[in-house]
Write a protein that binds this ligand. Sequence first.
Ligand code: ADP
Length: 828
Amino acid sequence: MNKQIHILYIDDNPLDRALVRDSLEKEHGGFILTEARSQHEFEKLFHKDGYDLVLTDFNILGFDGLQVLEMVKKVSPDTPVVFVTGTGTEEVAVEAMKRGASDYVIKTASHINRLPKTIQAVIGAKQVRLEKEKAQNDLLKMNRIYAVISQINQLIVRTNDRDKLFRETCDIAINFGGFRMAWIGLVDETSKIIKPHCWSGHEDGYLTKIELPATDSSKLSKGPGGKAILDENNVVCNDVGADPIMEPWRDEALKRGYHSIIALPIKFKKKVYGIFFIYSNDLNFFDKQETRLLIEVADDISFALESIQKEQARLKAESDLQKSEKELQKAQSIAHIGSWYLDLATNEVVWTEELYKMYGFDSMLPPPPYTEHKKLFTPESWDILSTSLAKTSETGISYELELKTVRKDGSSGWMWVRGESVLDNENNIIGLWGAAQDITDRKQAEEELREAKEKAVESDRLKTAFLHNISHEIRTPMNAIIGFSGFLNEPDLPPTNRKEFTDIIVRSSNQLLSIINDIVNIASIEAGQVKYKEQEMKLNALISLLESQFKQQSIEKNIPLTIKTTLPDEQAFVKTDETKLAEILSNLISNAFKFTKKGLIEVGYSLKEEFLEFYVKDSGIGIPDTMQNDIFERFRQVESTLARQYGGSGLGLSISKAYVELLGGKIWVTSELDKGSTFYFTVPYKKVTHMEQPFIKPVAELELDFGKNKTLLIAEDEDSNFMLLKALLSNAHINIIRAGNGAEAVAMCRLNPSIDLVLMDIKMPVMDGYDATKQIKEFLPELPVIAQTAYITESDKNKAIASGCCDFISKPIERASLISKIKQHLGN
Ligand code: ADP
């Protein structure tokens, strides 16, 4: 052992002291022995100097070895105490060992020789123990520092926020490093003052106390922080109590148990940005190894600061980019404008959001490759576009086009496109860039406008033609009626002529009536007043009736009319609107006669799945292909106005078409010029299994004699109409009385109980027929009132029924119908 061992020895017996001294001196200077002869001397010496070991006798005057042991352990627990005892006191020695003595030696000549070895062994053991303890402490310290490094590194990875980084760094120093306090101060670049930013641990107001006024420049460079800023290096103070650097803050620091301090500069852009202070409550805490590791921590924080700044700059750039992209997108979406880019080297295509919308593609996917862009346009538009693209990529001349697009779902649209070249630094064309706008709506509006204009012009032309026709169509029969009626008054007119003229008048009147019917019907259709009225009917009977109605014409024109009813009668009971079906057929047959000079006409029907398909076939003039759809439109006629051979208003087919559609079917024509036409139409086949057929007597069989006892009141303001009615009923032997208006009719019904039936005109002065009927019905609810009027629309009929009329007869009044209705309501 090189080092001498300082021993303080207490023993009141001079002989024993000599014995011990001798035994140690034999070791030639290995020991320095200080002797105390009393308690007093011992206490003085022990406090005065540090000793490596205390040697004590057991029995000392007024004092004993155990008390010495207690005192030493209290003041300097690491100082070993060895007992020198007399013989026979082993038990006491064992007790001393229990209380912490390191060993004992018996003071006899034979035993004392062991003393030097015992002391050396005790000192050796103490050193081993102290070294072990130190090693353990160092390990513990290192573990704490490594935990700090690891935690801070994890923190750096997960945070992008400077303040959080600083705050949590301080927390880690306390929680994982076990330090007393840690704080980070930021350095003001010009004043170099450190402003506390965050801290953790036992601070207790220290940071406010140590803050230096900005004006106190004398102190700025003082203290570990100030020095660290100046040196741009770490500063360690391992003894706060003694180190002059802590002068201004020493007292406050010691008060809070700070014994060692390290100030670590945190750098940003190569300048000191802040200081990381760590305070330990251990003296000499920051040795070389710890310092090295903590510098590493500070460097890591500096690095993190740089990357946070870079990340924030990146995020900001990203968000700026996103923002500007969004704004562009918004602007593009408002204007329905998109943009695109084509890389000529790679054929790579980029679209903005709006372009995806225009083509109907999902903007989350890449746009289709350039090779497939052909599909996005009609062939004509693609031809134009691809030629323009080729030209621009060669010459750099930009283009602007309106193209017809084909969207992903197959629908079509319109697009305005502008394309221009993109140049590199050497002015080579490397790509094409362009804008595109969806102009489908505009194009559609243009198209609609054009169509509407065409329609308006056409409709105007048709109306003029119609007025022209109609005027002609009305004037022709009127001319005949007026002209020939005049002749009838001539007394010398031979009976054959009279018959001929009357026939012309009747025919012309029917012609006039038919044209008026057409006009009223088309007006009703257009006003949406025509309703579907379903009833049970016999199909075959209707066809036969039509055959008989057209028989006369067939004979006159020498064109046979054939009918073909394919269903047996019991299969031909159906439900439909019979009146309209009859009208459609009648229209088509009458057209067939009108446009056929020779040959034949055939009418029939057949069952086609769920529909009855009717046809009217003629061998007439035929219809050119180009007109075969148009003739179903109002006023449309194949013949132009001036050179017309055939009359007509051009309304019949459009009425028929409207009726067919009302019945739930379709109408069409096949035709060949000069060969003939076949008109087809369908109606749903709604078969009726059993049908009660009302018994209708033929007019010829009608009993015309109502008997003298029946009284009929005719309410009619027009004399001619009254005269006509009277004439029509001249053979009926019925009492006829007249009321000139509604009010008179009411009064007469009230006064004359013998009235059996009223024929009520609707449009009359003073009181109209509706009101008159209502009043009559109030006091004679059973009296039948039949409305007779020139108003023939559906709603007129409904109004009459609502007023209380039991039936309805329209003008011009047919004799058969009049008589049949009167008969029906008179009850005989
Ligand atoms: P209108 O017969 O009063 O002129 P329509 O609407 O019934 O009116 O017919 C329209 C046009 O269709 C006729 O003017 C005629 O040019 C053509 N048309 C109709 N039926 C026939 C037919 N059977 N044969 C030849 N042309 C026809």
